[in-house]
Design a protein around this ligand. Structure first.
Ligand code: NAG
Length: 346
């Protein structure tokens, strides 16, 4: 839920996290967070148990993702988007096309739609699955940054509160999800140091309602090597070449994967009492956290796994609406008990 990247020496911690840089070799350390993370071992290579197949990455009997009895987002999701700061139209189009691709069954395999099918495997105690229907309800623009260019976690809720109070966005308790996207010159508390995005729910004292929301920032200028990996790579990964982004912009293409990660977690753990691993609900390890840095077969330990290249050498692993392509991180499957994605190679 609180995607954060803690990295000490060569270790990315997944517990809070949500960075997109890969897990590297873990060395024994003793802090509480690191201990909680060690069982994940940074996306171990596939366990050869699943019919000897290497199709699924990160398999581990040590991951105890559990259901904590709360709701999942089983009703169709209506996303209310807030574009905070200056957003070029071409960049908006990439993100909008990604969001529209989730419910679009017409794109060729492997598709964004198929990628979401892993999320749809999660159910709540009534047996209801997470929805496969995601649409954009309303969009609002705040190009002049009405709450400033340095946001905190709580001021992000204030941005949502302003949009709701002005009736620019509806209060939608049944289907509404609120997504705040900050432009590349907007700083956010913990952005780049601990998080690339996060999800939570709003507080009645600020917004007047409890509504699930997420924030994702454009890291293109501030820290692409942290939050737009693998389109930029950290200096400690000398020798690993940055990949060419599928839509031509590392910041925006990196955001797409982080938005996917956050939506998957928001849907499976909207009130932070449904699906997560770990004992501590203030630092849950969620279905995206478990597969950070894994984009294809063989991924893990600093290797993205097998992905595709288009004619121009741009990397992607899924197809979307209107011929768009995206590189999305894999997600933890409750059925396979491993990271899974539609571009898996048998
Ligand atoms: C709902 O979840 C169950 C349990 O994971 C799964 O078997 C079923 O295929 C899911 N249904 C859909 C439509 O994804």
């Amino acid at each position: 839920m609180e995607p954060a990247i803690f990295f000490t020496v060569l270790l990315y911690l997944f517990s809070l996290s949500h960075g997109t840089a890969p897990a590297l070799a873990t060395s024994a350390t003793t802090t509480q967070q690191q201990q909680r993370t060690l069982p994940l071992g940074g996306h171990r290579p596939a366990v050869a148990g699943i019919a000897g197949s290497k199709k699924y990455e990160g398999s581990s009997d040590l991951v105890h993702l559990r259901y904590h009895m709360g709701p999942v987002l089983s009703s169709p999701i209506s996303i209310n988007l807030i574009w905070y700061g200056r957003w070029p139209l071409a960049h908006q189009a990439v993100i909008r096309d990604f969001l529209h691709s989730i419910s679009d069954a017409s794109a060729p395999s492997p598709s964004v739609h198929q990628w979401w099918s892993t999320v749809a495997l999660y159910t709540d105690q009534t047996g209801a699955n997470i929805t496969r229907s995601i649409s954009i309800a309303r969009e609002v623009y705040d190009p002049l940054c009405s709450r400033g260019t340095a946001l905190t976690r709580l001021s992000i809720q204030q941005v949502i509160a302003d949009a709701v109070a002005a009736h620019h966005l509806p209060v939608d308790h049944r289907n509404g999800v609120y997504l705040v996207l900050t432009a590349r010159d907007v700083t956010v508390q913990d952005f780049c140091r601990a998080v690339c995005g996060f999800h939570y729910f709003t507080f009645p004292s600020i917004v007047g309602h409890t509504l699930p929301y997420a924030w994702v920032g454009n890291s293109g200028r501030q820290c692409p090597d942290v939050c737009a990996y693998p389109f930029a790579v950290p200096s400690y990964m000398a020798g690993t070449a940055a990949m060419s982004p599928p839509n031509g912009d590392a910041g925006v293409d990196g955001m797409v994967s982080v938005i996917g990660h956050e939506l998957a977690e928001l849907s499976s753990n909207p009130l932070v009492n449904a699906w997560y691993a770990g004992e501590d609900p203030t630092a849950p390890t969620e279905i995206g956290d478990l597969c950070e840095g894994v984009y294809g077969t063989g991924g893990g330990g600093g290797y993205t796994g097998q992905v595709s290249s288009d004619g121009g050498g741009r990397k992607y692993n899924v197809n979307g609406k209107g011929g768009r392509r995206f590189l999305l991180q894999w997600l933890w499957s409750p059925v396979l008990k491993a990271c899974a994605g539609p571009n898996a190679v048998n």
